[in-house]
Design a protein around this ligand. Structure first.
Ligand code: MG
Length: 390
């Protein structure tokens, strides 16, 4: 084995992701690792985790021949330091992992074996394993079992092993490449079948160590295993300000040249006010009048973007992020089309979201009512907020 690199872990680290299960228990004919989770195929979560790690120099995904094309196109879309190799698996998980190991370069030092059905893997968890494998050569991440486990034969309990000694083993499992290759080859010769790779090293008589994993790193076996979708909250906002001479016209923090401007205690940014009211509404936090009373002199002439910043502070305190915003500005004049992109950019920045998540529409009221007569501008806005996971 070669010397350890300066990163503290022996130089060449490869990953084998087992993704050849048919997932019959998911009730889908489709390979379960391709089912969507948080807007992308489950498998993509694991590949992205490893692809973003500097320590990893090689990734091999093992899948069913019928999914080869789908997994290859998924892998091709992931930004990785190296192309992700996708190879065909075998009849069993063990056979698939073996084929994955054989697809790795011969000078691989360490290999991380991971199940594609464990999408909640994190780099921190992988690094916990990497730190331990250098000392122990064979490491499995595991969590203490919470339930009492019974050994049962034909419906009858034969044994209750002491719970304190029981650990539920997860992936990743990490090994010296030569050791795990030897373990798989011996298992093939002896016709040994195991449900995880550590067991094959145990069968060689070599020590296997446990590193504390995380309960969140679940294996998705049935649809009930999938966490509920993230909370989504919706809020609505409406505001009107009067157009008067001698005032600036500010919409979404952008000053628009016009002979009239909006009258108000602050800069009277009617669009930002409607967006703030929508944000407060989604959080069940009342309205901007309660948070920023116009009797408070400290708000006189203040940029409404500063007030929006304070509302965003409340959003972040609640571990929420802005999903999207849609607003319609009702104004007879001026023509707002040339300013929509600038407004969008400014609001997206203030809301900590992408520009495509912020939609600004401009409408007239066909000459009708106060907006039609050019006496004022009205805005309606709707926003969605999402609860961050974890
Ligand atoms: Mg207002």
């Amino acid at each position: 084995m070669r010397e350890a690199g300066s990163s503290g872990i022996g130089t060449k680290v490869a990953v084998v992701i087992a993704a050849a299960g048919s997932g019959r228990r998911m009730g889908a004919g489709e390979n379960k690792v391709l089912l969507p989770l948080d807007g992308k195929p489950m498998l993509q979560h694991s590949i992205e985790c490893f692809a973003a790690m500097d320590e990893v120099s090689e990734i091999v995904v093992v899948t069913r021949s019928e999914d080869l094309e789908a997994v290859r196109s998924l892998a091709a879309g992931i930004v990785a330091r190296r192309p992700v190799q996708v190879v065909t698996g075998g009849e069993t998980r063990q056979e698939s992992v073996f084929l994955g190991l054989k697809a790795l370069p011969g000078d691989t030092d360490w290999v991380i074996i991971h199940d594609g059905a464990r999408p909640f893997i994190t780099a921190e968890l992988v690094r916990r394993g990497l730190a331990a494998v250098r000392r122990h050569l064979a490491v499995g991440l595991a969590v203490p079992v919470k339930d009492t486990i019974k050994r049962v034969r034909e419906g009858r309990v034969v044994d209750t092993p002491p719970r304190a000694e029981l650990w539920a083993v997860q992936t990743p499992q990490l090994f010296s490449y030569q050791l795990i290759l030897r373990a798989h080859e011996q298992a093939r010769q002896k016709g040994l079948q195991a449900t995880d790779d550590c067991a094959l090293v145990e069968a060689l008589g070599e020590p296997v160590h446990i590193v504390p994993g995380e309960y969140a790193n679940i294996k998705v076996t049935t649809p009930e295993d999938l966490p509920p979708p993230e909370d989504s909250l919706v809020g609505f906002g409406f505001d009107v300000h009067r157009l008067v001479p001698g005032r600036p016209l500010v919409l979404g923090g952008v000053e628009i040249p016009f002979e009239l401007g909006l009258l108000g205690h602050s800069d009277a940014d009617v669009l930002t006010h409607a967006v703030m009211d929508a944000l407060l509404g989604a959080m069940g936090e009342g309205d901007i009048g309660e948070h920023f009373p116009d009797t408070d002199p400290s708000y006189a002439g203040i940029s409404s973007l500063l007030l929006l910043e304070r509302v965003m502070g409340l959003v972040r305190e609640r571990s929420l992020t802005v999903g999207n915003v849609d607003a319609v500005i009702v104004a007879q004049r001026p023509k707002l089309t040339p300013w929509k992109a600038a407004i969008r950019g400014k609001l997206a920045q203030a809301l900590g979201t992408a520009e495509r998540q912020v939609n600004i529409k401009a409408s007239t009221s066909e000459g009708l009512g106060f907006t039609g007569r050019g006496e004022g501008i009205a805005v309606q806005a709707v926003v969605s907020l999402r609860r961050r996971r974890g």
